[in-house]
Write a protein that binds this ligand. Structure first.
Ligand SMILES: *Cc1c(COP(=O)(O)O)cnc(C)c1O
Length: 343
């Protein structure tokens, strides 16, 4: 870690045009974990999180010793259902981790209202939404703590990487030290290609810093982001147009005009598993975002989450990345139409 990381952090801040400060780390999962750790969230605490997310959100919470409290989702967006979340608040609840599922985050203002009412911290898992807009503002411009991922498949990549954005000075200092094994003020030395030899450590730290090598990749990606985002948005638009009015196929009701899609999800309301297998035989790399976390051994709940359980049986993720061509998208939608015609 050195000056490239500092420059990448400054350039992210400029791009988002935010007063929040940026701390880059080695993965999005570390960003979430270090953010929670910096809030002093620990064993005995509870963090509200939607079950329909990557297991990274859950492992980041449980890594602090805290318990992830699985919440249901809104049926048409996959975003955390705040009524369900409110029911699960106890005197152990310290934070809520809304996930910008499929890049959509329209209800974030309501998350902050709930957090205010119950004195909770908000750690946004914004791994899907780098570059997206909400009410005319780029995600990360405001909020308590926002975490991004720059892994290989996200909207921009640094190879591997993540970032924490916050205005909270204490969290900022703890995150900057915490990524360098807790070595106090080491970030500023690293930025100057120096190191601390006579240092102090007061808190648990981790080896979570971003390397200069990865920051250099991230900086190049950021320069290309307009072009990369344009292609992702065009693919999304084409999918939506070509999949309109098909029996058995629905799309989520997301703020499509304002988002840079990380993934594109369809709902196959009748024969999901068959369609999934059919697309695979056609060479289409489909995915499933996500298998509900509250059904996994480690995070199993003694209650059910009906909306999550039913939506997760209908969703299929179609290929979406900047290197696809318009013909590729048509190939995928034609394959879906072929399947539907073989009723
Ligand atoms: C990718 C992702 C993460 C974790 O990011 P990594 O950089 O892969 O560690 C966390 N949450 C969600 C929703 C993600 O999609």
């Amino acid at each position: 870690m050195g000056p490239e990381v500092q420059k990448f952090e400054e350039e992210i801040k400029d791009y988002i045009n935010t007063d929040l400060n940026v701390v880059c780390v080695n993965t999005g999962t570390s960003a979430l974990h270090l953010a929670l750790h910096s809030l002093d969230i620990k064993e005995g605490d509870e963090v509200l999180v939607p079950s329909l997310t990557y297991v990274a959100s859950y492992q980041a919470i449980s890594a602090t010793g805290a318990t992830p409290i699985s919440c249901d989702i809104e049926p048409h967006t996959g975003f955390i259902d705040l009524k369900d979340a409110e029911k699960r608040i106890t005197n152990k609840t310290k934070a809520i981790m809304p996930v910008h599922y499929a890049s959509h985050s329209s209800s974030i203002p309501e998350v902050y209202e709930l957090a205010k009412k119950y004195n909770l911290r908000v750690v946004e898992d914004a791994a899907h939404s780098f570059g997206c807009l909400r009410e005319g503002k780029i995600i990360g411009q405001e909020g308590d703590i926002i975490c991004f991922s720059f892994d290989g498949i996200k909207n921009i990549t640094s190879g591997e990487g993540g970032a924490i954005l916050t205005a909270d000075e204490e969290v900022l200092t703890r995150a900057k030290d915490g990524r360098l094994l807790g070595v106090e003020k080491d970030s500023d030395n690293r930025y100057r290609r120096e190191r601390s030899w006579n240092f102090n450590v007061s808190r648990q730290g981790f080896r979570y810093h971003m390397s200069d090598l990865f920051a250099a990749i991230g900086r190049e990606q950021l320069k290309r982001c307009d072009e990369l985002f344009k292609r992702r948005k065009a693919h999304l638009k084409q999918y939506i147009t070509e999949l309109q009015n098909l029996a058995e196929i629905e799309t989520l009701e997301l703020d499509y005009d304002n988002l840079v899609p990380h993934i594109f999800i369809i709902k196959a309301t009748k024969r999901r598993d068959e369609l999934f297998e059919f697309l695979k035989t056609k060479g289409v790399q489909v995915g499933l975002h996500y298998a509900p976390n509250h059904l996994l051994n480690k995070f199993k709940t003694d209650y059910s989450l009906p909306v999550t359980e039913s939506l997760s049986k209908e969703i299929i993720t179609l290929p979406l990345h900047p290197d696809l061509t318009s013909d590729d998208i048509t190939y995928v939608t034609d394959a879906i139409k072929e399947f539907l015609s073989n009723d």
